[in-house]
Design a protein around this ligand. Structure first.
Ligand SMILES: C[S@@+](CC[C@H](N)C(=O)[O-])C[C@H]1O[C@@H](n2cnc3c(N)ncnc32)[C@H](O)[C@@H]1O
Length: 199
């Protein structure tokens, strides 16, 4: 067994309820608490594979919404025509051209559940986390509407406070949220930026 017991309560619940991953319950908790995703929203989901966030988002936005998912890995496609998946690295994608392709003027919400690959070398991993954050920020500035929200997984490492402070400059309100479904020993938390300020 690895660092985490794989078949925990949420893993089994996800299997039982047809979610592609246990992460679904993290987003469900965030939604229950903050109610940020609305029916008809256009949502960008970064680090979307295998797709459980998208399953949750799709239930909320319905057929009038639109979801773009992006991941380095393949993501099994969705039967709905308002869910599109792109394989790619958030550090390399051109979000504006993707938006143009689908006729999206701006996103209402951006979610990021990205877990950057870990090398085990502290400096390398921290640099990679910062690089991924800078890319998410760039995508947010280019794609999120004024007043829109960002739900972003982050890790309690040395870059956490600078990232949180940076988001405080961009959003009217920033909260840190650790869902019950997030393993207690995992350093992950979600930084939630509410209402993007006018640039
Ligand atoms: C915890 S998983 C996401 C689970 C997903 N939210 C769900 O509910 O099914 C993290 C994902 O981040 C992706 N990822 C890591 N670095 C990335 C990058 N630079 N660009 C795009 N995706 C990345 C990984 O491939 C992985 O699929």
């Amino acid at each position: 067994m690895g660092r985490f017991p794989r078949k925990d309560k949420f893993y089994l619940k996800a299997k039982d309820e047809g979610f592609r991953a246990r992460s679904a319950y993290k987003l469900l908790e965030i939604q229950k608490r903050f109610q940020l995703i609305k029916s008809g929203d256009r949502v960008l989901d970064l680090g979307c594979s295998p797709g459980s966030f998208i399953q949750v988002i799709h239930r909320i936005v319905g057929e009038k919404g639109f979801i773009v998912g992006i991941d380095l890995l393949e993501t099994e496609s969705f039967p709905s025509s308002n869910v599109v998946i792109r394989k790619g690295d958030v550090c390399e994608i051109d979000i504006k051209s993707i938006m143009e392709e689908y006729g999206i003027p701006s996103f209402d919400i951006i979610t990021s559940d990205i877990s950057p690959n870990i090398s085990g070398i502290r400096e390398v991993d921290e640099e990679n986390r910062k690089r991924v954050y800078e890319s998410i920020k760039k995508i947010t500035v280019a794609g999120l509407k004024t007043g829109g929200h960002l739900i972003m997984k982050c890790f309690f490492t040395e870059s956490f406070i600078p990232i949180k402070n940076d988001l405080k400059n961009m959003f009217k309100r920033v909260v840190v949220f650790k869902p019950q479904a997030s393993r207690k020993i995992s350093p992950e938390v979600y930084l939630i930026g509410m209402s993007l300020k006018k640039s």
